[in-house]
Design a protein around this ligand. Structure first.
Ligand SMILES: *Cc1c(COP(=O)(O)O)cnc(C)c1O
Length: 349
């Protein structure tokens, strides 16, 4: 979901952007109108996410998936190894691309436990040859989220925050790079946001094809080539809405209220609904649960869809049910879902 005010503003501006006589998607990305949008978008990311001065904000194409490849290309050097924490489907994809590029090691894996939890910070250890440690902050499919991030000193920590960026504080003293596909919590598809310490970017391999080089993008203020202008403009409007709704503190409160409503429906069901993840790792963005049988799950999803609850089917790789509740979703939607769950249980248990 995107905030309705952002969609309405975009609709109003779409054909004739601020009296310019053309749409934002028709203009030169080097003209004054787009430049103002670009700078405002970069500034909004900095302000909303409290990005420190010594970090660069990059706006790139290719979503989060492009970063799975760019990170190892930029940061694995001869004699170093990239460390990955394996916590589920998205971590696995990052690992797969890392392996194709250079030396990698799995630092910690939740596979044998069925990916039901995130490691605690002290379970994550990096070798002396580590190029970086990569974590997936919130496993969108598995429904697990770090409550706390490890402090690894000199080893750079890189976090895929695609599905929870903008919903919580980012401990910049522990994290050297954050990246996210914008489309879950910050805007439409087509944009990847990378926020990385300048010194980390300065340490990257420089001899790369232009688009794949963080240094190239940082030096050009994310205007090395034509940026995804419409997605950037929409992200700016989305972040304006975040600012007007209490910033990160406001989003934290909404995420807590939404997720508590649905977890309460699960916890109050006497085990009829079952959340397969450890309590301490429960995601505030993606709540997953099972019903007593697959037939009941099918029935639940069919009736929920008919009642106007969309997208509750769990990812095809894991089954079950999942409610993805990003920033723009009203708390009321989660409360209605919780009520629907209680009613469905009463009718079917
Ligand atoms: C959705 C998602 C991705 C993939 O994002 P794309 O922008 O589609 O490449 C990667 N990581 C996580 C955690 C995600 O939720």
């Amino acid at each position: 979901m995107l905030p309705l005010p952002a969609l309405e503003q975009a609709q109003k501006d779409f054909v004739n952007y601020q009296g310019a006589g053309m749409s934002i998607i028709e203009m030169s990305h080097r003209g004054k109108h787009y430049d103002a949008v670009h700078q405002a978008a970069l500034a909004a990311v900095r302000e909303v996410l409290s990005v420190p001065e010594d970090y660069d904000v990059l706006l790139l194409q290719g979503g989060a998936t492009m970063q799975f490849a760019m990170i190892p290309m930029n940061f694995i050097k001869a004699g170093t190894t990239a460390e990955y924490v394996h916590t589920g489907e998205w971590a696995k994809k990052a690992i797969g691309d890392g392996k194709k590029v250079g030396a990698t090691r799995i630092t910690w894996s939740g596979e044998s436990e069925g990916f039901k939890r995130m490691p605690s910070p002290d379970e994550i250890k990096a070798g002396s040859d580590a190029a970086y440690v990569h974590l997936c902050g919130n496993e969108t499919i598995g429904g697990i989220e770090y409550q706390d991030f490890p402090q690894l000193g000199d080893v750079p920590v890189v976090v895929d925050m695609s599905s929870h960026i903008g919903s919580r504080d980012i401990p910049w003293d522990r994290i050297d790079m954050v990246y996210a596909g914008a489309q879950k919590n910050m805007g439409p598809a087509g944009l990847g946001v990378v926020i990385a310490k300048k010194s980390f970017i300065a340490s990257a391999n420089a001899d790369l094809p232009a688009y794949l080089s963080y240094q190239r993008h940082a030096a050009a203020d994310s205007l090395y080539n034509t940026p995804p202008v419409f997605a950037i403009y929409m992200m700016k409007l989305t972040l304006d809405w975040v600012r007007e709704n209490g910033g990160i503190d406001g989003m934290k409160a909404l995420a807590a209220a939404r997720s508590q409503a649905v977890y309460a429906a699960i916890d109050n069901s006497g085990g009829w609904y079952n959340c397969p993840v450890d309590r301490a790792s429960r995601s505030k963005m993606n709540v997953v649960w099972r019903l007593p049988s697959e037939d009941l799950e099918k029935k639940f999803i069919a009736e929920a869809t008919a009642a106007g609850f969309n997208g509750l089917k769990g990812h095809r790789s894991v089954g079950g049910c999942r409610a993805s509740m990003y920033n723009a979703m009203p708390v009321e939607g989660a409360e209605k879902l919780a009520q629907f769950m209680a009613d469905f249980q009463r009718a079917n248990a």
